[in-house]
Design a protein around this ligand. Structure first.
Ligand code: CP
Length: 323
């Protein structure tokens, strides 16, 4: 069965832990894996702008001995209305995996439904699971573990990063807090999805509009731009609501003394986070950005390996004896 990575909990807790361990091993030995040797190509399609996702997939696929086939999807026939299903049927005969940054989650679900090779979500309007693998890797490097830690996300609780923090961190056995204005709370179905995982993992989910209380005792404070791609319209009203949810030195002082600060970037200093915090000693943002490459190499390798048909054993004696 072909495995895909479309939403954070497409990996079970054990699988997610395995991918993070693999990412650490790959970071220590960046050229030691021949996943796409040949080279086999990997299609990396973009419907939206990108810096980190593009360069980390392109560099990472090259390190896995593959050929990164970067495609401006809007300039392809997809952009002129060719169906996603037909595009998947064409791509999967050319490449070993498909990576796609697109809009609605239903689009990548459709690509995966028609692809015989693994499909990876490189950001949709609803989730950003590759970013969360990089964030979890950064937390694991910083603290030595992820389970039992508390992460507070500040800002737009209704965006894709908040949704992925909820689902991915619960899967990792972390306590998750979302500090967001009442006007920008996470979707109820995402909260329910995270709560179910959290219950199984014995951790907690908190959705609150109390910015200060949400910081107390947290191991990690994370944020994201207040205006996600495609949400530029009506931004002024959102910004006013978000003002109390900026991570500044006062909020950071309420978290644990050794708390780490994360931001998926691009950052807007003075909006969602002050320059003092973002460029300060507790910020892990450059490790986090580098870890996109290691985490994405790991998920690609893991998916390709997990999707490979089982090898026939040389000693297979399942054929009935002719006697
Ligand atoms: N964090 C992130 O996905 O960055 P890009 O939009 O630059 O890819």
């Amino acid at each position: 069965m072909t495995r895909h990575f479309l939403v954070d909990d497409d990996l079970t807790p054990a699988e997610q832990a395995e991918v993070l361990e693999l990412a650490l091993a790959m970071k220590a030995d960046p050229y030691g894996y021949d996943t796409f040797a040949g080279p086999q190509s990997v299609a990396v399609l973009f419907d939206k702008p990108s810096t980190r996702t593009r360069v980390s997939f392109e560099a990472g696929i090259a390190e896995l001995k593959g050929h990164p086939m970067i495609i401006d999807a809007k300039a392809s026939q997809l952009g002129r209305g060719e169906s996603i299903a037909d595009t998947a049927r064409v791509l999967d005969r050319q490449v070993g995996a498909i990576v796609w940054r697109t809009g609605d989650q239903s689009r990548i679900d459709e690509m995966a439904a028609h692809s015989t090779v693994p499909v990876v979500n490189a950001l949709t309007d609803q989730f950003h699971p590759c970013q969360l693998l990089a964030d979890l890797l950064t937390i694991k490097e910083r603290f030595g573990d992820v389970a039992g830690r508390t992460l507070t996300y500040y800002g737009d609780g209704a965006n894709n990063m908040a949704a992925s923090y909820l689902v991915a961190c619960a899967t990792a056995g972390m306590h998750v807090r979302i500090a967001a204005p009442a006007s920008l709370q996470p979707a109820p179905d995402v909260v329910a999805r995270a709560e179910k995982i959290a219950e199984e993992q014995g951790v907690t989910i908190l959705i609150t509009d109390h910015a200060e209380a949400a910081a107390i005792g947290a191991d990690v404070l994370a944020t994201d731009t207040w205006v996600s791609m495609g949400q530029e319209e009506g931004a002024e009203e959102r910004l006013a609501d978000l003002e109390p949810f900026r991570i500044d030195s006062r909020i950071l002082s309420l978290a644990k003394r050794d708390a780490a600060v994360l931001h998926c970037l691009p950052a807007y200093r003075g909006k969602e986070v002050t320059a003092e915090v973002l460029d300060g000693p507790q910020s892990m943002i450059w490790d986090e950005a580098e870890n996109r490459r290691h985490a994405q190499k790991a998920i690609l390798h893991w998916l390709v390996t997990a999707s490979a048909p089982p090898q026939e054993s040389e000693t297979d004696d399942s054929t009935p004896d002719e006697d």
